[in-house]
Design a protein around this ligand. Sequence first.
Ligand code: NDP
Ligand code: MG
Length: 380
Amino acid sequence: MKKIILLGATGSIGIQTADIIREHPEEFSLVGLSAGKNMEKTRELIQEFQPEIVCVQLAEDAQQLQKEFKGILFVHGNRGLIDASTYEADVLVNAVIGSVGLEPTLEAIKLGRTIAIANKETLVTAGHLVMQSAKKYGADILPVDSEHSALFQALNGEKLEQASRLILTASGGSFRDKTRDELADVTVEDALNHPNWSMGSKITIDSATMLNKGLEVIEAHVLFDFAYDDIDVLLHRESIIHSLVEFQDTSVMAQLGTPDMRVPIQYALSYPDRLPRPTAKRLDLAEIAQLNFRAMDYERFRALKLAFDAGREGGTMTTVLNAANEQAVAMFLNRQIGFLQIEEFIERAMLAHQTIASPDLETILAADSETRKTVENMLK
Ligand code: NDP
Ligand code: MG
């Protein structure tokens, strides 16, 4: 029985992780969870799973829940997120959104916990700290993001140095068939309408700008230690091939499946085993009949180019890319800026930043908060 702590339990990945835990009561038990502000969903999860520790964002919500559920430990805020992530367990599933997930991850790694990581912002903002620390404390970092789970599976049992190229597939997001001119006045509602995946709103916007793929390129660099020149992105509108690895003998290994995040979530929980999924839709390639591929256009998807630039620059520049994007996406969702201003603000934040190489945690947190302020001020 694996004891699981689930950060971001009320989100899209969190709810699907709860589905997997529910499907395998003999394998997994949910001993702790964190939520933000969705108290209705939090109550449902508490009633169903009876965890030992629960973290919510606000102190008043924690106090209220403590009155309702006597035997459970309630904590709150960023400190509470660390308390929850370091609570006695086997696996920490990090499915919060944004760089708020960084410190809880680093603290859990110090305890040697296995980390199933969906929270890609943590790997983009401070990937080197996460990986160095994981090595030092012997913690496994298992990808939940579908592309990285695919790469991880394709690399299973292989020698990393004999792999020559990582190929990440991209569905193209809500606006894949629009020209740049047509993007000028798209709305929040248009952007939130993803053709293949149902996800949280921030990552859905990231998919529309293609910055999500940019964050994933950096995530792949961090997880598998490939140079940026050896990471490619391929447009594949059906989201059936989740990513591919090319080896030095030109063989290419891919992982395929219907677009369902519960598959990579479950693999991260069950690794190195595989568990059945009797209720899931199986892949029927004859029914799909055709898969399409197109080379990536870096002029059209400018945000992806910015992510490669930030990754190659390294140091604090990926922190700046991520923080500028988090701030700009929040402003777009609040209808304060237009869609194309997201990448414009990211680019301006990057231009304004003096990179610091090999930053420590304090330097990263400072660059993150400074960048958010810089981007906020771009409105004035
Ligand atoms: P959601 O927005 O659906 O969920 C985010 C979760 O984090 C919620 O539980 C939310 O709480 C909580 N949360 C938000 N802000 C804070 C905060 N400041 N402090 C503590 N908790 C907070 O996101 P997704 O599930 O879509 O994405 C989660 C992560 O997984 C992201 O990094 C994303 O890039 C990655 N990912 C997601 C995929 C998907 O299919 N959704 C696919 C691959 C990767 P509440 O709602 O209660 O306020
Ligand atoms: Mg992905």
